[in-house]
Design a protein around this ligand. Structure first.
Ligand code: ZN
Length: 166
């Protein structure tokens, strides 16, 4: 997100030279800088006790391919809380343990995505408005379905498999 107006007082921002940062957008009324910032998200590969991978069909993300759980970090929660909340909301699965893998910058939407693996004991799926279809997929079948264009699901799946040695 690039700031043009102060989100507090609404005035147009000036620019000010700050330390090593160079020219930064600055509100002269509120006397505070505004750094360009990405929105913070999570990208979560959910894996169950049978080593199956959870895939989602979400039409608003991809009409042709399946993706993994993702979502925005809400102000006030930690990234780990976002992982647990998004997995529960979108799939009904309870995260028992999680492992950080890597982060990704998704330029088209200016997102910084923290990539995790979430381990669950499979439970019945819930009914989420954001999910059009959901399935457990064998690891060697994932590549048939997973989104690799304009989406981080595929690369995060690859990195997670490398980390788990699967
Ligand atoms: Zn201001």
């Amino acid at each position: 997100m690039k700031f043009k107006y102060c989100p507090i007082c609404g005035k147009r921002l000036s620019e000010k030279s700050i330390g090593d940062e160079g020219l930064v957008k600055f509100c002269l009324t509120c006397n505070r800088p505004y750094f360009d910032m990405p929105a913070s998200c999570v990208e979560v590969l959910v894996i169950n006790e049978h080593n199956q991978i959870l895939l989602l069909k979400q039409e608003y993300i991809s009409k042709t391919h399946w993706t993994i759980v993702s979502g925005y970090v809400k102000n006030g929660e930690t990234i780990e809380e976002t992982v647990m909340r998004e997995v529960l909301e979108e799939t009904g699965q309870k995260v028992e343990r999680m492992k950080y893998v890597e982060s990704y910058y998704f330029k088209p939407k200016q997102l910084i995505m923290s990539g995790f693996i979430a381990f669950v004991q499979s439970k019945p799926f819930n009914d989420s408005n954001e999910v059009d279809d959901i399935m457990w997929c064998e690891i060697d079948e994932v590549n048939k379905y997973i989104a690799r264009v304009d989406n981080m699901s595929g690369i995060h799946f690859d990195n997670s498999m490398r980390l788990l040695n699967l």
